[in-house]
Design a protein. Structure first.
Length: 87
């Protein structure tokens, strides 16, 4: 088996927090029309994102990442912290 390292790329991301929820939704909708606001089962705000893997939800605290082809997807904060650093 061979080993590979991820190529370094700079991505855009927005932290989806209670303070940034309106700004994050506007940013996501500008980047991809396949996003919309919703509430989870407990009534907390989420952003639904239609991805190639299906519809995913960004919960408060998650990051929304714009990928190298302009696609959006949510990322849990612990994974984001291990994977990305500020450019």
């Amino acid at each position: 088996m061979s080993k590979f390292r991820k190529k370094p790329v700079v991505i855009e991301a927005m932290h989806f927090t209670d303070e940034s929820k309106d700004r994050a939704l506007r940013w996501a909708k500008e980047a991809d029309r396949n996003c919309w606001a919703a509430d989870d089962a407990n009534g907390a705000p989420i952003i639904k994102i239609k991805t190639l893997e299906g519809i995913m939800a960004a919960n408060l605290g998650d990051w929304i990442i714009k990928g190298v082809k302009g696609e959006l997807y949510p990322c849990k904060p612990d994974v984001f912290e291990l994977t990305y650093e500020e450019a």
